[in-house]
Design a protein. Sequence first.
Lengths: 595, 127
Amino acid sequence: MYRSHVLVCGGTGCTSSGSQRIIDRLEKEIAAHGLSDEVGVVKTGCFGLCALGPIMIVYPEGTFYSMVQEDDIPEIVAEHLLKGRIVKRLLYEETTKTEKITPLNETNFYKKQHRVALRNCGVINPEDIEEYIGTGGYEALGIVLTEKKPEDVIQILLDSGLRGRGGAGFPTGLKWKFAAANEADQKYVCCNADEGDPGAFMDRSILEGDPHAVLEAMAIAGYAIGASQGYIYVRAEYPIAVKRLEIAIAQAREYGLLGENIFESGFNFDIELRLGAGAFVCGEETALMTSIEGSRGEPRPRPPFPALKGLFQKPTILNNVETFANIPQIIVNGPEWFASMGTENSKGTKVFALGGKINNTGLVEIPMGTTLREIVEEIGGGIPGGKKFKAAQTGGPSGGCIPAEHMDVPIDYDNLKAIGSMMGSGGLIIMDEDTCMVDIAKFFLEFTVDESCGKCTPCRIGTRRMLEILEKITKGQADMEDLERLEELCSHLQTSSLCALGQTAPNPVLSTLRYFRDEYIAHIVDKKCPAGVCKDLLHYKIDPDKCKGCTLCARTCPADAITGSVREVHMINPEKCVKCGACMEKCRFGAIYKE
Amino acid sequence: MKSLEELRAIRAKMQGRVGVRAENEKQTRVVVGMATCGIASGARPVLTALSDAVQEQGLSDKINVTQTGCIGLCQYEPIVEVMEPGKEKVTYVKMTPEKALEVLRLHLLGGQVVAKYTLSAAQDKTQ
């Protein structure tokens, strides 16, 4: 039995900053001090504060060490684990501001968070089913199978107000109800773990940190709709998540929590993994099922909806990872508990992957109705370099931007829709004043052009034409008619594309046009990029009054575009300039500017 | 898995282990001095005895057994301090695993301070 537990993050973020080496070194040092029987090392899922990784927490003290390096380990073991002296220099800075060390859950990053879907991430060892059971895992499945009828389970979900966390926000209970009502010899439960939005990693972290929660919920879903087989469609680019899912499925089978006659109820359920090859369109439900069937991942028209004819033409429900992760908690704590969190039509919490120009990059779970200002300024710790907030992009390439004027809107499904964005799966990219909104729209459209599956014409050709217009704009070659044509194309794509990929592809353009139209016009009419991002509209110049003729810029320039001799004002040749900005960075007199 | 009882048995068994990772202000803190002086006079078996007993008895969500450095009373080590929320700190000195378990039973569970092991009792004796 261990008196102390050292939890080290084994999520993708911390793994890439070397947490596995830290674990190996820890175990070695602990053994060298003869502490192997007293101190246990646990590799957990994501703690959320990815910006400060590799992260380590020591219990029972709850000491939070951040940015731990391999060389720090001997000191941590000899000082803290052996002698109980906390290594203060490695503590998360915010916890050391006052004389007494601030508990982690009172720091700005964690204070406003409420962890439901992420409750076990960073707490348990995801590769040990008994740790999951120890925090109340599989209790919900046991209760459901031994005490509840399928229709009771669906009613609980309906009462809880849970809506799909994949983006569209369809009520989960209703989805299950439809699938349960359709008679068939075989039904399926699918889990959409094909997380593809640039900058989104909520689902990956749940799978890495708490895979059993998803398995348990899928079994509950199987019982509720009468399915005996489940599939998890997960990206092959998530190797840690895949590995932990495989371990979790094997352990669940071994413990009889998957397989035949679970809890002696006569209910059978098993789960298999299907690895996606990284096509964004496979996150669309019909394309995902087509891909599981073994065909090329392309969407098909709806209706029939999957609840009637889904996978292999059988009634199927497809829920997102985060949706599933909420369900065991709802069963155990009751629908009223869940409905007590959030806003009127959006209950519970939502996990966001916070990225972009923000200090605390990472994963946050907040009650619905929290404002963007709270996320950016309090939880996120503000914008680096004291820059001004310009906008936040939610919903990735299907979503839109939220400008500074809407920072105080409580975030939920309906409010985001009303201001022209969407909840999306939870990617939240923060942009500061140096971001060009036309460039952002172009970035997302480049993504959709790449990812369009090509099955339907509006999406295949429409996105390409839209991108061409955006390229013209950012090069300063467009006129106002192009802008009209762009808007017209947007409406065509929205109405005539086959699936959500094409229908939502115009959203980044439309929402940036709605809030930052003047920036588009600046590009088109004035041939200027106000944020100084679009290179073709940008010119580096030397202020003759400030230039001392030190020749540093000329020596720095990789393109030999700067001419001038010692103590004479230098000049930039615009023909040769590649606009890399190296000269501006190097100039000690602030003589170089861009316009 | 055959029944909820079977599941709950595993949960109870694991409670001690995962309960250690809970943090709340209502917990009683039991702190063992584990500086060089403490370790030299036998603090480690005291710490492990307490920690094991708390976990075995499923008390880890209520009682937090942790370690600290030297508090300056080296001649009285091993020292165990008990801090209950809203109550005055009690300092036990010259602990052994057996005495520590007695403290757990009488003080932490029974609510009675074991006066004979406290610092003030030890100081009275030397005067």
